[in-house]
Design a protein around this ligand. Sequence first.
Ligand code: SF4
Length: 251
Amino acid sequence: MTTSPRDATAKALNEALEGLDLAGRLAFVAELEGRAVFTTSLGIEDQVITAAIGTNDLSIEVATLQTGRLFNETVALIDKTEETYGILIKRFHPESADVDAYTAQYGANGFYDSVEARHACCDVRKLKPLARALEGAGYWVTGLRRGQSGNRATTPFAEADNERGLIKINPLADWDIETIRAYVVENGVPVNPLHARGYPSIGCEPCTRAIKPGEPERAGRWWWENDEKRECGLHVPEAATSAIPNTSNVA
Ligand code: SF4
C-alpha cells in the first residue's frame, strides 16, 4: 500500500493530538497552516465541539448541511447555538436544480425504494453541499466517535482523506457517550430535544427514527437498509466507499 505525504502528516498529527484534551486538540488544529472547517449536524457530539470552539474563540469555521429535510428541532437548534456562542454557523444548501432533477427521476421520497435512490438523494442534499463547505480547507473537523458504530470502532484522531485532499480531525474519537452527556450538563450546552425522545443519532427527518432500548446508537438511521450499507458515505473509508453503488454516499 502506497502512502502519501498527507498520510505521514496525519500519522504525526494523530500522535500529537492523542495526549491533549478536547480544547487542546482543537486549539492545536486551529493554529495549523490552512483552513480548518468543522461540519456540524447539531448532534450531541457536534454540540460539544461547537461549545469548545465557541467558548475558546478558536479559529475554526463552523458549517452545517441544511439538507431541506431536517427536523424542525434541528433547524431551531442552529439559531440557538449561534446565539449561545456568538458564532456563525454557515449553512450549505442543495442546488434547487439538483433537487428538481432528483424528484423528477425518483420522486421526493424515492430514497425508500432502493439504496441507489437513497445515495442519489444524499449526493444532492449532502455530498455536493459538503464539497462546497470543504472547498479549499486543509482540515475537516468531525464529531466521529469510536463508540458510535462498528464502522467507526477504529476512528483515529487524525486521518488523511486523500479523495478530498485534506486531513480529517476527529477530536472526540476516544470519548464515550457518558462523557459527552456529562460535558453537556456541566457546561450548559444546548442540545437537540429529540435526544431525550429516543434519537441518539439525528439526521434528516424522513430517514431517522427513534431507537428501542438496547439497539445500537445509529440503528435509527436509514433503518430500512442492510447494516453494511447504512453509512451514507460521508465518513466511509475510501476502500469501503468503492464497494458502495453509485458512490453517492454521505452521512
Ligand atoms: S438522509 Fe435521507 S433525506 Fe437526507 S439526504 Fe440522505 S436520503 Fe435524502
